[in-house]
Design a protein around this ligand. Structure first.
Ligand code: FAD
Length: 140
């Protein structure tokens, strides 16, 4: 089965709180482990940015489940590629909080310092996710 990488952005539903985030990560880790899917989820007060990596069919299954989730809206596919190796293989799913993103990282990728994944291309989103997840201080 081809290895694939899928990146999407979405808008956080108004009533989402920290308990929701913990529950999402708990479900994601459990389900993704069973499917061999790995990745990372970035949360800001406004947006989610998520990368999923794994077999094509498995990534597709997870993405469709996520699309139906009412805890976010306007999910928008930023990038879908066949890959020869994973870049985000360390976690079944790990949460990164936007509040911990270094200001310089935001300046590097966004025109106005504000984290807005709808403003960037899929390739740029992959680079941003790589930067965010490589920083030790970006703990859950
Ligand atoms: P369980 O894990 O058994 O559900 C546990 C609890 O969550 C239950 O109390 C249930 O009521 C509640 N719950 C389940 N679904 C929802 C829902 N749609 N809305 C509100 N409460 C709910 N899932 C993954 O498997 N992998 C991912 O990588 C992943 N990433 C996500 C990223 C985002 C931004 C969001 C919003 C959701 C993500 N999810 C992910 C969660 C996914 O949408 C489903 O909720 C989850 O897969 C359901 O898992 P489950 O059927 O095993 O339910």
């Amino acid at each position: 089965m081809f290895l694939t990488r899928l990146i999407y952005a979405s808008k956080v539903a108004a009533d989402v709180n920290r308990d929701d985030l913990d529950q999402i990560i708990e479900s994601a880790c459990k389900n993704n482990a069973e499917l061999g899917v790995t990745g990372a989820l970035v949360f800001s007060n406004k947006y989610f940015l998520q990368v999923l990596e794994g077999g094509r069919s498995e990534v597709n299954t997870v993405y469709h489940k996520i699309l139906a989730d009412k805890r976010h809206y306007e999910p928008t596919l930023l990038d879908y590629s066949e890959i020869s190796q994973r870049m985000f293989h360390e976690w079944e799913m790990k949460l990164f909080l936007e509040t911990n993103i270094n200001r310089k990282t935001n300046i590097k990728y966004f025109s106005q310092e504000n984290f807005d994944p709808y403003e960037i291309s899929g390739k740029t989103a992959a680079k941003l996710l790589q930067d965010i997840t490589s920083k030790d201080h970006m703990e859950k």
